[in-house]
Design a binder for this molecule. Structure first.
Ligand SMILES: [Fe+2]
Length: 284
């Protein structure tokens, strides 16, 4: 069984306690959906010090307010081979392939910010989809494949509480990425795709509208998981510090057996859990 810890949008919330928690929990890999620290390269450096396979894709906030693209460049360089935007990352030694979506995305269909254009250049929706697809078809056929994106794909609903539903402005609409949806369509013509992980659209909805729906599974079996629990650090009513990770367990055939949001104490105790999908046999 592959055990994946997923960190939603960090927004600067990553510290030594997170690293120690991973040592206790011992996931097989860590996936990070971007919006790390508003352009602060210390955070990518901390991720590179972790003693487990890590994959990350940059988000819109990783450009900070720098339209020149230089901050994005520094962040990408600081991540080194952890960054998988538009590319394939093999999570050696575990048998899992991760392909990144379009880095720097702010959702909203297909929009390239000035910072993204300055750093990665102009490209079309179909160019972007083709890059993601080309990376995915290079993945070993005998390994499960995970797509890791900052913004999720279009097609997951247009209501405010849908996984990529716009909540900050009326009317609600589907705020996902069209190129990612197109890539998923193309990839699945060629190979199975068990899991798509993303963030960007925070779980807590604006204007007191409640919580977002964070998991969907489509008819072809692909699981879509929004990991953007923000903030992901906090203290409970008893004064106990917690850290949030989304948690996925997948068998070696690529079937997702368990997906949950978990709030861990710093000692590894699960303080709270929201189970989203559970195919595990019940204990008798
Ligand atoms: Fe974002």
């Amino acid at each position: 069984m592959l055990r994946l810890a997923i960190a939603g949008d960090l927004h600067g919330q990553w510290d030594q306690a997170d690293a120690q928690l991973l040592e206790i929990l011992q996931p097989d890999a860590l996936l990070v959906v971007g919006d790390l620290a508003d352009g602060d390269v210390m955070l990518p450096r901390l991720l590179r010090q972790l003693d487990l396979p890590v994959a990350c894709v940059l988000g819109n906030h990783d450009a900070a307010k720098d339209a020149s693209g230089r901050t994005l460049a520094r962040m990408e360089q600081a991540l080194g081979d952890l960054h998988c935007g538009w590319s394939l990352k093999l999570l050696d030694p575990i048998p899992l392939s991760v392909v990144g979506g379009r880095p720097g995305s702010a959702g909203g269909g297909f929009y390239l910010s000035p910072a993204v254009k300055a750093h990665w250049g102009e490209l079309s929706l179909f160019d972007s989809a083709q890059r993601i697809t080309a990376a995915a078809v290079r993945a070993p056929a005998d390994q499960p494949l995970v797509l890791l994106a900052h913004s999720g794909p279009t097609g997951l609903g247009s209501e405010v509480a849908d996984p990529c539903g716009r909540d900050w402005k009326r009317p609600a609409c589907d705020w996902g990425d069209q190129d990612l949806q197109e890539a998923i369509r193309c990839i699945r013509k060629q190979r199975p795709l068990p899991l798509v992980v993303f963030g960007h659209m925070h779980h807590r909805l604006r204007h007191g509208a409640g919580q977002r729906r964070t998991l969907l599974q489509d008819r072809q079996g692909t699981v879509y998981l929004n990991a953007a629990c923000v903030p992901r650090h906090g203290v409970d009513a008893m004064g106990k510090a917690w850290r949030h990770f989304s948690w996925v367990e997948m068998n070696h055939l690529g079937v997702v057996q368990l997906a949950a949001h978990r709030w861990y104490g710093l000692d590894g105790e699960v303080i709270n859990e929201q189970r989203l999908l559970d195919l595990q046999p019940a204990l008798s």
